[in-house]
Design a protein around this ligand. Structure first.
Ligand code: SF4
Ligand code: ZN
Length: 455
């Protein structure tokens, strides 16, 4: 690309920049940031403009970490707000086409990195912005005007994050107004097949894509403007299981698009046929067999789950486009879905989640469950989790008790006596003593009972 000091192309998509070759980190787990794309009226966009609020790469210190915000405004006659999420998701792919620039995750958990080589060649955010303008316009005819702003100034980033979160909330709330049963068509996203070849995101009103960026409304809008793009329609077909969320249309579609690897999918359960997980999910729901409950951990949480492992380790085991029993990559919005894991008992089954996440989705958690869900402050391992749940009388314990009873060996039929007194004769210090033993509510097991008349 002209005037850009590094190469740009699909071949750089899988490029990873390790810590040893990093020049700077932008946003990420140890800093903060957000990306946001807005569809606005044409008069609010200065086409082609790229602005950097705060220091650009050449003013950053090598090895540094900076807060980072990306704001893209687009305008076009055929554009509608519902396209924002889909276009916003594209940022991840477009950024990664740039040699020496790495983009991970989505929304307010993005993490970008610039390599030493790229910085040496003179790559600046200004160039990244130009590349984005170019790629968006060449891929989407419907985008007539586009403007890019980067924030690296801390205060500006804070304001940007706050505004972005408001928009995410609004988008997610709109999506939760309708349910799976209200529509005949679902959507699919195949964007993540570039690194998880058997992963097919099934996007329904009650379940957004794992990355959180694509809701059902956004899927619908994307198909309209880009019918041959990575987002397609899934005919719903027959409802096979309305609770677990199994549909013949999804099964057929996923079977075809995963080359026969995935046969069946439950939208709302962790077990048997859970939805596949790619790698860019915002959170993971995981089964904790020891308490028969479900834990949830999100990408922003840096401590360990009650299993003793952090999000990153778990994510490595779950992703890649496979179905992992008892594990599911989900979006934060899915926690607010009225069908959230309803096949497994929904919120009544949730036993643990990071305090920050619990607070963030507070309004979605049924009131009677809120206090019963442990966080890292109450439970750092399985033992402390179990005692917390016992103390709070969490509903999973009832299920657990029933299970334990079921597993106990079948008892022989027994007679129960409210009171049974047996006279006993014994000798103490050579002299006979008589006393009685009384059993209350005694259950008597006997292999044989022999009754003999006294001679
Ligand atoms: Fe698409 Fe799903 Fe990947 Fe998001 S996680 S980009 S919805 S395939
Ligand atoms: Zn993904």
């Amino acid at each position: 690309m002209k005037d850009i000091p590094v190469d740009v192309g699909l071949i750089y998509e899988g490029e990873r920049i390790r810590k040893s070759s990093m020049y700077v980190d932008l946003a990420g787990p140890k800093s903060k940031g957000a990306e946001l794309l807005l569809v606005v009226p044409p008069e609010e966009v200065e086409d082609g403009r790229v602005e950097v609020v705060g220091p650009d790469v050449d003013q950053m210190e090598e090895g540094g970490r900076y807060p980072f915000g990306i704001l893209i405004k687009v305008a076009g006659e055929k554009l509608e707000e519902d396209l924002e999420g889909v276009f916003e998701r594209k940022l991840h792919y477009f950024c990664n086409y740039i040699q020496g620039f790495m983009h991970l995750n989505s929304r307010d958990i993005i993490w970008c990195r610039i390599s030493k080589d790229a910085a040496k060649k003179g790559l600046k955010l200004e160039h990244v912005g130009k590349v984005l303008v170019n790629l968006y316009k060449s891929e989407f005819d419907v985008i007539e005007k586009i403007q890019v702003t980067f924030y690296t100034d801390e205060k500006a980033v804070d304001e940007h994050i706050a505004r972005a979160r408001e928009v995410y909330e609004k988008r997610d709330a709109r999506a939760s107004a309708i349910k799976d049963e209200d529509v005949d068509v679902f959507y699919s996203c195949l964007l993540c097949q570039s690194f998880a070849p058997t992963h097919v995101c099934a996007i329904t009103p009650s379940r957004s894509g794992g990355c959180g960026a694509v809701t059902w409304f956004e899927g619908r809008a994307a198909v309209k403007v880009d019918p041959s793009g990575p987002i397609g329609e899934i005919p719903k077909g027959e409802v096979i299981d309305p609770v677990k969320g199994e549909y013949s249309g999804i099964n057929e579609y996923v079977r075809e698009k995963s080359n026969g690897t995935i046969e069946r999918v439950y939208l709302h359960s962790l077990f048997d046929y859970p939805h596949t997980s790619c790698g860019c999910f915002e959170a993971i729901a995981f089964y904790i067999p020891e308490v028969d409950g479900i834990g949830i951990v999100h990408r922003d949480f840096h401590g360990v789950t009650p299993f003793g492992i952090p999000f990153s380790t778990m994510a490595g085991q779950v992703g890649g486009g496979v179905q992992s029993q008892g594990f599911l990559g989900i979006s934060i919005a899915y926690l607010r879905s009225p069908k959230f894991l309803q096949g497994d008992g929904g919120w009544r089954r949730v036993v643990w989640m990071p305090a920050q996440l619990k607070e963030r989705v507070r309004s979605a958690i049924p009131e009677e469950m809120y206090e019963k869900i442990a966080t890292e402050n109450e439970a750092q391992d399985l033992e402390s989790l179990r005692s917390f749940l016992e103390q709070k009388q969490h509903p999973v314990l009832e299920g657990l008790k029933r299970e334990e009873e079921k597993e106990a060996p079948e008892e022989e039929p027994a007679a129960t006596m409210p009171e049974l007194t047996v006279p006993v004769q014994a000798t103490a210090a050579g002299a006979p003593v008589e006393f009685t033993i009384t059993f209350k509510n005694a259950r008597i097991y006997a292999e044989k009972v022999i009754i003999r008349r006294k001679e």
